[in-house]
Design a protein around this ligand. Structure first.
Ligand SMILES: Nc1nc2c(c(=O)[nH]1)N[C@H]1C(S)=C(S)[C@@H](COP(=O)(O)O)O[C@H]1N2
Ligand SMILES: [Mo]
Length: 205
């Protein structure tokens, strides 16, 4: 793609502006890489459901059609993968964790921590305070289309202010826990929290 010289300053300026949005050690990618620890599950929507549980105690469960009746929100956010790619202005639609708690009749989250559970067995731990106040959603659409299976469809968690391994694909529920227990990558040495602005990549960072 060739551009007339006059637009170079313009794009250069924009690049400078955008660099404020790229955390340390990250670079921008125009693509949307796929990173999965296992095979992509192909999920039958008639079997899909999403749960909230307090430890072993079920709190709420929604099947696909019910989930679609919950209040939907659209967000445009930047995402940051620990493998060093960042992607700006990604557009998602889904149900915020706040809305899930409210639909479940919970004024307060039951515990301070949570384990996110996925079809296929992937897990990741996220403190509840990183999911409420509009900070996280269960996303079912990307870029105006149903979320593709490779990117976690039918539904994935989106916690964009943490490294993208926390945005669990093929999510099936949130289990509230009393302690901050390590999930899949966290047990393998990734940071327990994963804030990209503090470069919390690996345990000890
Ligand atoms: N269920 C599940 N969720 C997952 C993963 C996975 O392997 N399984 N990989 C994580 C990692 S390490 C990253 S970087 C992002 C990648 O999401 P993407 O494939 O949509 O780019 O998904 C995260 N969520
Ligand atoms: Mo990742």
């Amino acid at each position: 793609m060739s551009k007339p010289p006059i637009s170079r300053g313009f794009f250069g300026q924009r690049r400078d502006d955008r660099s404020d949005r790229v955390p340390p050690g990250q670079h921008l990618t125009p693509d949307f890489p796929v990173l999965s620890a296992g095979p992509t599950p192909h999920v039958d929507l008639s079997n899909w459901s999403f749960f909230l549980a307090d430890g072993d105690r079920p709190i709420a469960e929604w099947r696909w059609a019910e989930f679609g009746t919950l209040p939907q929100r659209e967000v445009t956010v930047d995402i940051h993968c620990v493998t060093t790619w960042s992607k700006l202005d990604t557009a998602w639609r889904g149900v915020t964790v706040d809305a899930l708690l409210e639909a479940a009749g919970l004024g307060e989250p039951p515990t301070p921590y949570a384990m996110i559970e996925c079809i296929g067995g992937y897990t990741t731990n996220v403190p509840v305070e990183d999911m409420i106040g509009g900070k996280a959603m269960v996303a079912t659409e990307f870029d105006g289309r149903p979320l593709s299976p490779e990117h976690g469809g039918p539904a994935r968690l989106l916690v964009p202010h943490l490294y993208f391994w926390k945005s669990a694909k093929w999510v099936r529920g949130i289990r509230f826990t009393d302690e901050d227990e390590p999930g899949f990558w966290e047990q393998l040495g990734y940071h327990i929290h994963g804030d990209p602005w503090r470069e919390q990549r690996y345990a000890g960072d």
